[in-house]
Write a protein that binds this ligand. Structure first.
Ligand code: LRH
Ligand code: MN
Length: 432
């Protein structure tokens, strides 16, 4: 079997050589500016290099909508090819060593083989994602009218068993978390009894919770609507929080940025879940209207900064087991998924480093004095700081690319993959 194409380390170094002197210049200039504020640029670069976010296995294929999906060249056709692409993202961006799998889309025949395939690419597995929002070929009972909250106990049991299977597969892959998002809800008033449906959800989740190994966490992912368009059982953070508390210490809330009504103050939800000790993690993306699953930081970069401001603020105050899982969850309908994921990983690191630049002492002082304008000015000063030299130096020092997209394009990786991975005949609608 011909060896599949990979970008060589030497090629990355060659490409970096063209930009190294400019980077050094920009880095020194920013370093001098930060030193005036007694901030060490090298400390920030170490923190930037330690920042990690998981990529979604389903994000390296071309996404679509109910109207159409325009498959791109060299689409990954199976979980191994998805990991090849995740390996390429990690090789260039260096901040994405973890992959979040979706079952059954990525169900491995041989988990040990998959784990080995990932390891040689420097990859490990983050949270597993269950799927009881689609019916699989040969599935006994349909999820058309729900899964974990379905009125029929047999359907609920089938959905619980699927989640338990995701935990078992995850254990063989070294994962330590399960994300549960369910589409359960109704399209018509009266279709779903809201209180009984939530009781059924808790009954099912208790059975799943029992199957969690000691060192695992379960993330409850709320979503306002879609595919249910009148009522959704786990529709907002309050409902998710109530359930996480009911379930126990291994249950947490997961915030997908696209799962809220327009203009909802998501950074406030983050601050609340931090304060209540139930912030489990994120599905980062961006949106203008609904659950658009656009690239993180592409529409509302200031909101992304404010979310990381809340996280850095939380990390600076002593808080037990504050370890939120960072994951991307995007649908790349018109861009090369590898480019979008590298850019989005960079935008998350940017928001994080900018949040580290916030003068928290001055901010608390302004808040104490009710000096609203100064408080905003302090945040804006950090948000408007160009930390690109820090992000690029962190990548370069970690053996990655100073400019990941330029190196990726110069490598011809996508063209080579198009040769190696002949396109499937038909193209379908939908996200995968
Ligand atoms: C639901 C969701 C969930 C995933 C799916 C791919 O909208 O955000 O996290 O399972 O997208
Ligand atoms: Mn999500």
């Amino acid at each position: 079997m011909a060896k599949s194409f990979e970008i060589e380390d030497g090629f990355v170094e060659d490409q970096n050589r063209k930009l190294k002197s400019f980077l050094k210049e920009d880095y020194a200039a920013l370093g001098a500016k930060l030193a005036r504020r007694k901030v060490s640029i090298d400390d920030l670069t170490l923190k930037a290099a330690a920042f990690q976010v998981a990529v979604p296995s389903w994000g390296v294929g071309t996404g679509g909508t109910r109207f159409a999906r325009f498959a791109g060249p060299g689409e990954p056709r199976n979980v191994f090819e998805k990991l090849e692409d995740c390996g390429t993202i990690f090789k260039l961006a260096r901040s994405t060593p973890a992959v979040s799998l979706h079952i059954p889309w990525d169900k491995p025949q041989d988990p040990a083989e998959l784990r080995g395939f990932a390891r040689v690419r420097g990859l490990h597995f983050d949270a597993m994602n269950s799927n009881t929002f689609q019916d699989q070929p040969g599935q006994a009972l349909s999820y058309k009218f729900g899964s974990l909250t379905h009125p029929d106990e047999a359907v609920r049991r089938q959905a619980v068993e699927h989640n338990v299977e995701c935990i078992e597969i995850g254990m063989t892959l070294g994962s330590q978390a399960l994300t549960v998002w369910i589409a359960d809800g109704g399209n018509y008033p009266g279709q779903v009894h809201p209180r009984r449906a939530l009781e059924r959800y808790l009954e099912s989740m208790r059975a799943i919770y029992k199957a969690l190994p000691e060192d695992w966490r379960v993330f409850l992912e709320h979503k306002l609507y879609e595919p249910a368009f009148y009522s959704t059982v786990i529709n907002d953070w309050g409902t998710s929080y109530y359930c996480a508390r009911e379930l126990g210490p291994k249950a947490y809330c997961l915030v997908d940025l696209g799962h809220h009504a327009p203009n909802v103050n998501i950074e406030m939800i983050v601050a609340r879940l931090v304060q209540f000790g139930k912030l489990g993690g994120f599905h980062f993306n961006d949106s203008k209207y609904g659950d658009d699953d656009l690239d993180a930081g592409s529409i509302k970069p200031f909101q992304l900064f404010l979310i990381f401001d809340a996280l850095v603020d939380a990390a600076s105050s002593p808080m037990a087991d504050f370890n939120p899982a960072y994951m991307l969850d995007q649908s790349h309908n018109i861009t090369d998924p590898i480019e979008s994921l590298m850019m989005s990983a960079g935008e998350l690191a940017r928001a994080y480093v900018q949040a580290l630049l916030v003068d928290r002492e001055a901010l608390s002082e302004a808040q104490q004095k009710c000096d609203a304008l100064m408080a905003l000015a302090i945040l804006k000063d950090a948000f408007t700081s160009d930390v690109s030299p820090i992000l690029a130096m962190a990548r370069e020092r970690a053996g990655g690319a100073i400019d990941p997209i330029a190196v990726y394009r110069a490598s011809g990786y996508r063209t080579r993959k198009a040769e190696e991975r002949p396109a499937k005949s038909h193209s379908s609608a939908g996200i995968v």
